[in-house]
Design a binder for this molecule. Structure first.
Ligand code: SF4
Ligand code: SF4
Length: 344
């Protein structure tokens, strides 16, 4: 008997027809394979916590394959932030095939990472970057390979069929509720709810809980949980387009998956390679500056846009500012939105 596996396809936030075609070609190919349950969701990063899309994802049990327009690391930790935990599943499709993980120095190895303090459920999450290849068959073949190496029963998808906002249908167009034969593929589509979002995503396999990000951010984005572990507490307080705290994290644990700079967006590149940043777009000098100096400039830009005083590079003591509301979208926010929508 074929074991089932859940595959999630996260749609591009842009309306780029080539991207949409790639997504649909992968869906169509998977529908011809037995035992694969496909859920198509809006852009993973933009899905809100209580939305139908997130509830659908949280309802998927067993091992999970997730195809998204993000680096694999970003996809893994976006899911983690929404309570979808698991071990990293190894895939043969990589967005940075030549990038070797940095060797840790002995001092680095001594550091305790947040992930070591957590229990990770016995499931694997296989994240695949849809930018890795433009051939749908490559993704289909890799999913078939993962499927064949998996022995864990997938449960929970049945809960999605006929759900309030999802549209479940068979490859032959039969409506919801038709009897599923053993091995039939199932397709579930979740419609978009809400718009684009911008917030930091923490990689807890790198994070040492040093709290530098809490000290640095003056918009009340970060907080701690009941055991004093760092978390992104108020994601929507983050200033659209601002990547500043990703530059001050000593472990390169903070990602902005939609940022154009790979090292900020979650690629395997080291933090030291971060050279391009939005401060250039805003006309601020980046040449010859350290990452911390650039981050201070970016933070000052955001403070001024929010109608507050710049603080420069002076040390700012840790103060959670959860009562600070994010400022209203202004013209510069709109410009960043438009640049993102260009999808270049
Ligand atoms: S600065 Fe980086 S390593 Fe330190 S707590 Fe924040 S995310 Fe974790
Ligand atoms: S420092 Fe900037 S990028 Fe980082 S969380 Fe605060 S507002 Fe967002």
């Amino acid at each position: 008997m074929s074991k089932r596996i859940a595959v999630v396809i996260s749609q591009s936030p842009s309306k780029n027809p080539a991207k949409r075609k790639l997504e649909e070609d992968v869906v169509l190919g998977l529908m011809l394979e037995p035992g694969i349950d496909v859920t198509v969701v809006p852009n993973l990063y933009d899905i809100k916590p209580d939305s139908t899309g997130m509830l659908a994802l949280q309802g998927l049990g067993g091992n999970l394959v997730v195809l998204a327009w993000h680096y694999e690391r970003a996809t893994h930790w976006i899911l983690d932030r929404h309570g979808i935990h698991g071990h990293v599943g190894e895939t043969l499709i990589q967005s940075d095939p030549d990038e070797e993980p940095d060797e840790e120095s002995p001092a680095e190895e001594d550091k305790q990472r947040v992930i070591e303090t957590r229990e990770v459920p016995n499931r694997r999450i296989y994240a695949i970057d849809l930018r890795a290849t433009n051939k749908p068959q490559d993704y289909i073949d890799e999913i078939k390979r993962i499927h064949s190496e998996n022995n864990v029963k997938v449960v929970g998808l049945g809960d999605l069929i006929g759900g309030p906002a999802g549209t479940a249908m068979r490859p032959n167009g039969e409506a919801n509720g038709a009897e599923t034969k053993e091995g039939d593929s199932i397709l579930n589509r979740i419609e978009p709810e809400g718009g684009r979002r911008w917030y930091p995503v923490i990689d807890y396999s790198r994070c040492t809980n040093c709290m530098e990000c809490v000290d640095f951010c003056l918009f009340g984005v970060y907080g701690v949980d009941r055991i004093d572990t760092i978390l992104v507490e108020q994601p929507d307080n983050c200033r659209k387009g601002c990547p500043a705290c990703s530059r001050v994290c000593p472990e390169n644990a903070i990602m902005f998956p939609q940022h154009k700079t790979p090292a900020i967006a979650g690629s395997a590149e080291s933090a030291a390679s971060m050279k391009i940043d939005l401060s250039q777009l805003f006309g601020a000098p980046a040449e010859g500056k350290t990452a911390a100096e650039i981050a201070s400039i970016e933070r000052d830009e955001q403070l001024i846009m929010a109608g507050r005083d710049a603080v420069g590079s002076q040390a700012v003591l840790a103060k959670r500012q959860g009562d600070i509301e994010a400022g209203p979208a202004d013209e510069l926010d709109d410009l960043v939105d438009q640049l993102n929508d260009l999808d270049i």
